[in-house]
Write a protein that binds this ligand. Structure first.
Ligand SMILES: Cc1cc2nc3c(=O)[nH]c(=O)nc-3n(C[C@H](O)[C@H](O)[C@H](O)COP(=O)(O)OP(=O)(O)OC[C@H]3O[C@@H](n4cnc5c(N)ncnc54)[C@H](O)[C@@H]3O)c2cc1C
Length: 644
C-alpha cells in the first residue's frame, strides 16, 4: 500500500527530503507543511540581498511552490503551521494561517525539519525597540531592507559576532552604514581560535567597523536609539541586528514526548530516527554527533541539513543509511578575506581534555610570480601520536576555500597529517604551488611527529622571554624594523653557523622568524650542532596577529583606500612590486627601492599581503618616511611612500 509522509518545514532539510522521497517513490503521498509563505529559499543569500550584492529578490527563491509541486508532485501547504503531533494516532494537527482552519492529517512517516529560530533574550527595552531586527527568512529580510532603503540609517549595531552578525555587518557597511559589532566573547567567529580571529579583528578595523569584545547588551533605551552595554557605556544607533545564535524549534517534538538532547536539540539515532521510530528529524533542530570527538553537539549549517534530508528520505523509504556525524566545515566572507574551518578547534579539544598539537603556516595562495598571490594563514590541529587530523582553520584573500575543503575531505577519508604530504593536488601557477599549502601543512606537522621540529605557540612566547629564555630572531635586520618580539636577540639566519660559539648548549634556545620557515631552518642547524632548540610556530606573523606591536591605526574605505597625509599630486619615482613574494623578499625589495631614491622622492609599492596595512604605516613612521596614500586595486594594495 502506498505510504503517506508528512514533512514539517519546507526549506533546507524539508525540501531536500521531499524531492528525494519522490525520486525514490512515485506513489508515496508527500505533504509538505510550511509555516511561512516561501519554501526552499536561499537563507544563506539573505544578507547579500540586504547589502545589494544580490540585486534581484526573486533569485533568493530557489524553488517556487508551483515549480516544486509540478516537478515532484507534492502536496505543498504554505502558510500552514503544524501545531502538535499525536504519535499514538499518528496524526499532526495543522492550522491554515490564512483562514484559521485547524485540521488533523494522518501519516505513516513524519519528518521534522523545523529549523532553529534566532535567540531573543528578555533584554529590558526590547519590546519598545522598533528598530531591532533578527534575520531568518524572507519577511525578516524584507523588513531590514525596507528599513534601510526608506530610513537611510547612518549607524547600526550588530549584536553577536557569529556568521550572520559578521555577514550583516559587511552588508550594512556596503550600504554606507557605520557599524559597531558587540560580542560577549573575546573573539568573533566561534569556530576558529583566538589568534586566527585576531586577524579578522584587525581587518574589521581596517574596514572602519567598530568591534567591542567581552561586553554584552544590558538594555535598550530611547525606543532602541541607545544600546546600553554591561560596562555602562552606551552607543547611539539607528538600527540594531540581534544575531547572538539560534535555538532549535523543538516545541512540537517536546510536546509529542520525543526525547531531546542536553542542549534542547531533538535526539536522533544514526538513521535520523527520533525516539519514535516513525518520526524522523533533520537539520538545525537535531542534536548531531561531532564527527571528530564523537560527542553530541548542535551544528546549524545548510550542508548537514541537506545531507540529512536526503538520508532521512531514503530511510523512510526502507533503506538503512547512516548519518556519519557533522564535521562543522564552514566558511564566510569577511570583507576582503575568507575565513573557513573544519573539524574541532583548540577550544573544543581543551574542553574535552584531548591532547593535540598545532601548526601555523602562511603560504601563498598560488605561485608568487603569478599575479594576485596572497598569503593564507593556515592552522592545522592534530594528534601528535597518531597523526590524526582534528581540524583546520584558514584565513586569506584567496584560495582558502579549497584548502579547507581538501582537509575536510582528508579527515572524512581518515587520512593523517603524513598523508597530506602525499596528496597530489592540481597545480599551475595561477592556482597553487607545486607544493600546495595543504602539502606544506602536512610537511610541517610530519616534522613535529618525527621529532625533527619542536615548537612553541604564540601564547607561550612572552612568558618564556620574561623568565629569561633566549629567543633568537633569525630574520634580516630590516624585517625587525617592521616589528619584533620584545626581548629577542638578532642573529640573521645566514650568520647563524658562524656564531654558534656565542650560544649556550645547556639551555633551550628559541628561534623565530617571519612565518616559521627560516626558524625551522635555524632550528635544524642548531639541533644538528647539538643545541636544544624550539621554533616559534607561525613566526612573527602568527604572534603579531595577537600582539601586533606599534600598530598605527589607519582607516580604509570599503575599497581598502585611504588618504593618510595629504591629497597633493603624487609624482612616482619608482614602482616596486612585491606581490606574492615570500619573506624576506618583499622587505629586501622595498629596502633596495628606498635606497635607490633621494630624499623627497616617492616609491609606489604593490603588495598582496594584507599584513602590510598594519606593518607599513608603523615602519614608515619609525623610519621617518611619509606614507602619502594607500589604495586597493582588486587584490593588490598600493602604497605611496615619500623618502625622508
Ligand atoms: C541569514 C542566514 C544565513 C545563513 N548562511 C549560511 C551559510 O552561508 N552556510 C550554511 O551552511 N548555513 C547558513 N545558514 C544556516 C542554514 O540556513 C540552516 O542551517 C539551514 O537552513 C537549516 O535547515 P533546516 O531545514 O533545519 O531549517 P530551515 O531551513 O530554517 O527550515 C525550517 C522551516 O520550517 C518551518 N517551520 C518551523 N516550524 C514549523 C511548524 N510548526 N509548522 C510548519 N513549518 C514550520 C520554518 O518556517 C522554516 O521555514 C544561514 C542561515 C541564515 C538565517
Amino acid at each position: 500500500m502506498a505510504q503517506k509522509v508528512i514533512i514539517i518545514g519546507g526549506v533546507a532539510g524539508g525540501a531536500t527530503a521531499a524531492a528525494r522521497l519522490r525520486r525514490v517513490s512515485e506513489d508515496t503521498e508527500i505533504i509538505l507543511v510550511e509555516r511561512g509563505e516561501h519554501i526552499s529559499f536561499a537563507n544563506c543569500g539573505l544578507p547579500y540581498y540586504i547589502g545589494e550584492t544580490i540585486k534581484d529578490r526573486s533569485k533568493l527563491l530557489v524553488q517556487t511552490v508551483k515549480g516544486m509541486k509540478d516537478r515532484f508532485n507534492l502536496d505543498i501547504r504554505i502558510l500552514s503551521e503544524a501545531l502538535s503531533i499525536n504519535p499514538e494516532n499518528k496524526t499532526v494537527t495543522i492550522k491554515n494561517l490564512q483562514n484559521g482552519e485547524v485540521y488533523e492529517e494522518s501519516y505513516d512517516k513524519l519528518l521534522l525539519s523545523p529549523g532553529a529560530r534566532p535567540i531573543v533574550p528578555a533584554i529590558p527595552g526590547l519590546n519598545e525597540n522598533q528598530t531591532l531586527f533578527t534575520l531568518r527568512n524572507i519577511p525578516d529580510t524584507d523588513k531590514i531592507k525596507n528599513y534601510v532603503d526608506s530610513h537611510n540609517p547612518k549607524k547600526a549595531v550588530v549584536i553577536g559576532g557569529g556568521f550572520i552578525g559578521i555577514e550583516m555587518a559587511e552588508n550594512l557597511v556596503d550600504r554606507g552604514i557605520e557599524v559597531t559589532i558587540i560580542e560577549m566573547a573575546n573573539q568573533i567567529m566561534a569556530p576558529i581560535d583566538f589568534e586566527m580571529a585576531s586577524i579578522l579583528h584587525t581587518h574589521l578595523k581596517e574596514k572602519s567597523v567598530k568591534l567591542i569584545l567581552e561586553n554584552g547588551v544590558e538594555s535598550f533605551a530611547d525606543n532602541g536609539k541607545k544600546v546600553i552595554l554591561s560596562d555602562g557605556t552606551d552607543i547611539e544607533t539607528d538600527m540594531t541586528i540581534l544575531s547572538i545564535g539560534v535555538r532549535p524549534e523543538n516545541e512540537l517534538a517536546k510536546t509529542a514526548g520525543l526525547k531531546l538532547g542536553e542542549r534542547g536539540g531533538i535526539a536522533v539515532n544514526e538513521f535520523l530516527q527520533t525516539s519514535n521510530g516513525d518520526i524522523y528529524a533533520v537539520g538545525d533542530t537535531v542534536e548531531v554527533v561531532d564527527y571528530i570527538s564523537g560527542t553530541k553537539t548542535m551544528i546549524p549549517l545548510a550542508g548537514p541539513a541537506n545531507r540529512q534530508g536526503r538520508i532521512a528520505a531514503n530511510n523512510m523509504m526502507g533503506k538503512k543509511e547512516k548519518y556519519q556525524g557533522t564535521l562543522g566545515t564552514s566558511i564566510a566572507k569577511v570583507f576582503d578575506l575568507t575565513v573557513a574551518a573544519t573539524g574541532n578547534n583548540e577550544k573544543i579539544l581543551k574542553r574535552l581534555s584531548i591532547s593535540y598539537e598545532v601548526i601555523h603556516i602562511h603560504p601563498s595562495s598560488h605561485a608568487g610570480y603569478y599575479p594576485g598571490a596572497a598569503p593564507i594563514a593556515l592552522k592545522l590541529i592534530f594528534d601528535k601520536e597518531t597523526g590524526k587530523i582534528f581540524g583546520a582553520q584558514a584565513i586569506g584573500a584567496d584560495g582558502v576555500d579549497k584548502r579547507i575543503d581538501v582537509i575536510a575531505t582528508a579527515i572524512k577519508g581518515g587520512l593523517t597529517v603524513e598523508d597530506l604530504t602525499n596528496l597530489e593536488l592540481s597545480y599551475a601557477p595561477p592556482y597553487s604551488s607545486a607544493k600546495d599549502p595543504v602539502n606544506m601543512a602536512g610537511y610541517v606537522a610530519s616534522n613535529i611527529l618525527e621529532g625533527a621540529l619542536e615548537t612553541i605557540q604564540w601564547h607561550e612566547v612572552d612568558k618564556i622571554v620574561a623568565e629569561g629564555g633566549l629567543l633568537i630572531d633569525v630574520r634580516e635586520a630590516m624585517e625587525r624594523e617592521f616589528g619584533f618580539i620584545e626581548g629577542s636577540i638578532h642573529i640573521p639566519l645566514n650568520e647563524l653557523r658562524d656564531r654558534l660559539k656565542e650560544l649556550p648548549k645547556e639551555q633551550t634556545i628559541y628561534v623565530s622568524c617571519q612565518v616559521g620557515l627560516r626558524g625551522y631552518l635555524a632550528s635544524r642547524i642548531l639541533k644538528i650542532n647539538g643545541f636544544q632548540v624550539k621554533n616559534v610556530d607561525g613566526g612573527w606573523k602568527t604572534y603579531s596577529s595577537v600582539y601586533g606591536s606599534n600598530i598605527v591605526e589607519i582607516k580604509t574605505n570599503d575599497l581598502g583606500e585611504t588618504d593618510i597625509e595629504s591629497t597633493k599630486e603624487i609624482k612616482v619615482d619608482t614602482i616596486v612590486d612585491v606581490t606574492g613574494l615570500t619573506c624576506p623578499m618583499p622587505i629586501i625589495k622595498l629596502k633596495k627601492g628606498i635606497e635607490s631614491l633621494d630624499s623627497g622622492q616617492v616609491i609606489e609599492l604593490h603588495v598582496t599581503d594584507r599584513g602590510a596595512l598594519k606593518d607599513l604605516p608603523a615602519w614608515s613612521k619609525n623610519a621617518g618616511h611619509t606614507l602619502l596614500k594607500t589604495e586597493q586595486d582588486e587584490k593588490v594594495i598600493k602604497f605611496w611612500i615619500e623618502k625622508k
